[in-house]
Design a protein around this ligand. Structure first.
Ligand SMILES: Nc1ncnc2c1ncn2[C@@H]1O[C@H](C[S@+](CC[C@H]([NH3+])C(=O)[O-])CC(=O)[O-])[C@@H](O)[C@H]1O
Length: 321
C-alpha cells in the first residue's frame, strides 16, 4: 500500500485543506486499480533502493542529490541497475550520487526559458499540472517555492518521481497521481504551471478554465505549449498524428492563446518566450532508447514534422487572474 498520509497531514495544516474532501477517496480507489502489472513491478524496484546519506542537495542549477563519494561502487551499480528498470526516462536530467540519468528531454532548457519571466517563487504554493516525472517540481522548490504539488496520471512518471524523492524526501515536494479532471476547484495556489499539456486536451478552453479555478485571486498562470505561426484566429488541428504523437488536438498560435485567455477572464496574458525545439533538447539517450525528435521530423527538411506540419515550436505565456 502506498502511504499518502504525510501529504494529507500537510494539507490538513495548510490552505489546501479543502482538497481533503475528495482526494483520499480518489487515491484509495486509484490504488485498488493501479497496484498490478507494470506498476506493481516498479513499486518492487523502488522498495529495493538502498538507504543512502546524501551529502549535498542541488536544486537551483540542476537536480543533484548526493555525490559519488557518498556511496560504494557496489551501491552505485545497484542503484543504476534498479533505476534502469524504470526506463524510459523522458524528463530530467537527474544526478543521483554522481549517477547521471540522461533523459530524453533536457527539461532544464525549458526551465531556463521560463524562470526569468515568472513572479518570484519564494513563499509561494505552486501546482504543476502534467508534471511528468517531476523534474520541474524540484526546480520550483529550488527557486524558493514553499509548497510544491505536481499532478500527473502516468504511473511510470509517478514511480520515477518516487525513485528520485527516495534520495531527498523533501516534505514540501509532492506528486499526486491524478489528472486535472479529478481536482476540485481549490482557488488557493499562488502559481499554476502547465507545461506541455494543453495540446493533449480535447477541450483546451475548458482546460484553461480548470487551471484558472486552482488560482487564488491575483495568482499567476504559467502556460507552456506547442504553437504555430499565425494571428488570433489561427489554430492547427492535426490529423491522426502530429510528430508521430497520436493524442494532439489543438495547436493555436500564441496570439490565439492570448485571445482565449482574455476571453476566459485572465488578465495581461503575455508571450514571454518562443522557441523551436532543437535536437539537443529532445533526443534518444542510454536512458530512453526509443525514437525521439530526429525521427519525428521530415528527414530532408527539419522545419517540418514527418507528417508535413510545422516542426514543434513552443511558447511560454504568463497571465494572472
Ligand atoms: N488530464 C491530465 N491531467 C494532468 N496531466 C496530464 C493529463 N493528461 C496527460 N497528462 C500528463 O501531461 C504530461 C505531458 S508531458 C509534459 C511534462 C512536463 N510538464 C514538461 O513540460 O516537461 C509532454 C508530452 O508528453 O508531450 C504527461 O506526463 C501526461 O501524463
Amino acid at each position: 500500500m502506498l502511504d499518502f498520509s504525510p501529504f494529507y497531514a500537510k494539507l490538513a495544516g495548510n490552505k489546501l485543506h479543502n482538497w481533503l474532501q475528495t482526494l483520499p477517496a480518489q487515491l484509495a480507489d486509484w490504488q485498488q486499480h493501479a497496484l498490478h502489472g507494470d506498476f506493481k513491478q516498479w513499486q518492487k524496484v523502488l522498495n529495493q533502493l538502498p538507504q543512502t546519506t546524501v551529502s549535498h542537495v542541488e536544486l537551483a542549477d540542476a537536480v543533484q542529490f548526493g555525490v559519488a563519494g557518498d556511496i560504494s561502487e557496489g551501491q552505485a551499480q545497484r542503484i543504476i541497475h534498479l533505476l534502469q528498470q524504470l526506463k524510459p526516462w523522458r524528463k530530467g536530467p537527474f544526478n543521483i550520487h554522481g549517477i547521471e540519468i540522461d533523459t530524453e528531454w533536457r527539461s532544464d532548457f525549458k526551465w531556463q526559458r521560463v524562470l526569468p519571466h515568472i513572479s518570484p517563487l519564494p513563499g509561494r504554493y505552486v501546482l504543476d499540472v502534467g508534471c511528468g516525472s517531476g523534474y520541474h517540481l524540484w526546480r520550483m522548490r529550488g527557486a524558493g517555492a514553499a509548497f510544491v504539488v505536481g499532478i500527473d496520471p502516468s504511473q511510470l512518471f509517478y514511480s520515477q518521481f518516487q525513485a528520485i524523492k527516495h534520495f531527498n524526501p523533501d516534505p514540501d515536494v509532492h506528486l499526486i497521481p491524478i489528472g486535472i479532471d479529478e481536482m476540485p476547484a481549490l482557488a488557493q495556489f499562488d502559481t499554476v504551471f502547465s507545461m506541455g499539456v494543453l495540446y493533449h486536451r480535447r477541450s483546451p478552453l475548458d482546460f484553461l478554465q480548470q487551471l484558472k479555478q486552482q488560482l487564488r485571486p491575483g495568482g499567476e498562470l504559467v502556460l507552456e505549449t506547442l504553437v504555430v505561426d499565425g494571428d488570433q484566429h489561427t489554430v492547427l488541428v492535426p490529423g491522426e498524428r502530429y510528430a508521430k504523437m497520436r493524442n494532439v488536438w489543438f495547436i493555436p498560435s500564441s496570439e490565439a492563446l492570448c485571445h482565449w485567455l482574455n476571453r476566459l477572464g485572465f488578465k495581461n496574458p503575455k508571450v514571454v518566450d518562443l522557441n523551436t525545439t532543437t535536437l539537443s533538447e529532445q533526443r534518444a539517450t542510454a536512458w530512453m532508447e526509443n525514437e525521439s525528435l530526429i525521427d519525428f521530423l521530415n528527414p530532408t527538411d527539419h522545419s517540418k514534422t514527418i507528417e508535413g506540419y510545422p516542426a514543434p515550436q513552443r511558447a511560454v505565456i504568463v497571465a494572472t487572474v
